[in-house]
Design a protein. Structure first.
Length: 526
């Protein structure tokens, strides 16, 4: 049997470790024990070579939040026993592990192999982030009793998150207040978790249908402009397609099927953003790129929401829609409140007739389909201009194979700029050895800026780009803030605060080489 497992769990409602269990007079094992159990299901449930992907989230007010933050960067009980057993066995042959360089390597290897089917995120609220900024105390509240069981300094909690993200790339951050600002159906439920990559915040038992537009395909090389008419046509067509997929899809569990069809959440997104910017000659970290990203966010959302309204007129609004209770702000800001244009649809008609879908747009990571499309994933900048892609089977940190990839746009841009064949060869040799144009004296400053890679872009611009696209996207965005290896914990601490200030719904921070195994590896130079 093959079955994909793509699930998000909020462990905040599970009683804390050590809490009293009345029925047995015992003590609770806590939410982290369940995470380890669920992780094993990702090891055995697969679809082709893809193993289960899961997200574990916990509210920042849970009593076990500090253990949760450290969970992927400290040995679990099983691996602690393995280290102890290995150390005992070494002593039997008159060897020693404790205090040697091999102990650190062994522990790092075991830690990187823990929760390999889980992303983990801390759920932050506005109240917590305000407590951080005002340097206030923060209460950790038992989900069983509702009482504060411990008081901590809010800044210390955020710093622990930053320290562990610096160490291993986890946890990520999800901002519940920003997420629920666009929750049209607050009367049903407060959203507390998302799918594994964070681009679709979901209600309990809800699922979502995703698809993406390849932005590079809308570049007109003759006019050096975006073909907006084609983009509009495809947006409307793909919105209808996704709605049809919702209609014919049958989830294996009745409660998931009922919730999904009652809300009809769609996630129309994009890929190839970095490629489009290269074609247009716009640097990723420029103000022009941010403005264009915000405009495209509006343009795609605008035509998808209008299509959702058209579908509501044809087929009826999503069944959970109650016009007296629904928060239509997520629709109105796109159709009536942007500086780019106002819909001709009467606002009262939207209110009375409703829309077919509770949400229509989302930006997923698009890793696999970006490879098929021959473009860069999602709205990410280029990881590197040349890199090794490790291919795994989803179990363990082992590459079954690898391929070396070179940015396809670079050579054509060099030719366009007038570089000779010999100069181009030398430049590409530099890129093959270093993964970047940086340090190549043959290349103009203009091209070096245009082809900046992820680690060369300041973290603020990473966040700014996500914020620009998030302005009108109705779900959320999967985005990584890539940092060079020499980045500091303080940088990551400040990134989380800036994300919150910019209205980001969720994101992750990854410092290069903070894991012993990476899917993408940049050349280190010769």
């Amino acid at each position: 049997m093959q079955q994909s497992k793509l699930s998000g769990y909020n462990f905040s409602h599970v009683r804390e470790e050590g809490a009293h269990i009345k029925t047995t007079n015992g003590k609770a094992s806590g939410p982290l024990s369940f995470m380890s159990l669920f992780d094993q299901t990702g090891e055995v449930i697969s679809q082709a070579s893809r193993r289960g992907a899961q997200l574990g989230a916990m509210n920042v007010s849970h009593p076990d939040i500090e253990k949760f933050i450290n969970f992927k960067s400290s040995l679990n009980q099983r691996n602690e026993r393995l280290v102890e057993e290995y150390s005992r066995n070494l002593k039997r042959i008159n060897s020693e592990l404790n205090g040697t360089k091999y102990e650190k390597v062994l522990k790092k290897t075991l830690m990187d192999d823990q929760l390999t089917h889980f992303n983990v995120s801390v759920l932050f609220t506005d109240e917590f982030m305000e407590a951080v900024c005002e340097d206030k105390e923060w209460g950790l509240v038992s989900p069983t009793t509702g009482c504060v069981v411990k008081t901590v300094r809010a800044k210390d909690i955020l710093r622990k998150v930053a320290e562990q993200a610096w160490e291993s790339g986890d946890p990520g951050a999800m901002f519940l207040s920003a997420i629920n600002k666009d929750n049209m159906v607050k009367y049903l439920e407060y959203i507390e978790v998302s799918n594994p990559c964070g681009e679709v915040p979901l209600l309990t038992n809800e699922s979502c249908i995703l698809a993406s537009l390849n932005l590079k395909k809308y570049y007109n090389s003759v006019s050096n402009e975006i073909d907006y008419e084609l983009l509009k046509e495809n947006t409307k067509l793909l919105t209808r397609f996704l709605e049809d997929v919702v209609e014919v899809t049958e989830a294996p569990l009745l409660k998931i099927n009922e919730k999904t069809k009652s809300l009809r959440r769609l996630g129309l997104g994009v890929l190839g953003w970095a490629d489009l910017l290269i074609d247009l000659g716009i640097p990723y970290d420029s103000d022009d790129a941010l403005e264009l990203g915000k405009y495209l966010s509006w343009f795609i959302s605008f035509h998808s929401w209008e299509t959702s309204f058209e579908l509501a007129k044809e087929r009826g609004h999503f069944s959970a829609y109650e016009k007296e209770l629904a928060d239509m702000g997520v629709v109105y800001k796109v159709l009536y409140e942007s500086p780019y244009g106002i819909s001709e649809i009467n606002k009262d008609d939207i209110y009375n007739i409703g829309v077919r879908n509770v949400a229509t747009t989302s930006i997923a990571p698009t890793g696999s389909i970006a490879i098929l499309g021959g473009v860069n994933s999602s709205i990410e900048p280029f990881f590197a201009l040349a890199y090794k892609r490790n291919i795994t089977e989803g179990v363990g940190n082992i590459a079954k194979d690898s391929i070396f990839e070179i940015n396809p746009a670079l050579e054509s841009k060099l030719k366009e700029a007038g570089y000779t064949k010999d100069e181009t060869f030398e430049i590409l040799e530099h890129v093959n050895s270093n993964g970047t144009l940086s340090g190549c004296n043959l290349v103009s400053r203009e091209l070096q800026v245009l082809f900046k890679i992820a680690n060369e872009i300041h973290w603020k611009r990473h966040v700014d780009m996500q914020a620009a696209w998030q302005t009108y996207v109705s779900n959320a965005i999967s985005k990584t803030v890539n940092l060079p290896e020499n980045s500091r914990v303080e940088d990551i601490y400040n990134i989380f605060i800036y994300m919150w200030e910019m209205g980001i719904k969720g994101s992750t921070v990854y410092r290069n080489n903070s894991k012993s195994f990476q899917i993408l590896e940049q050349p280190e130079g010769k």
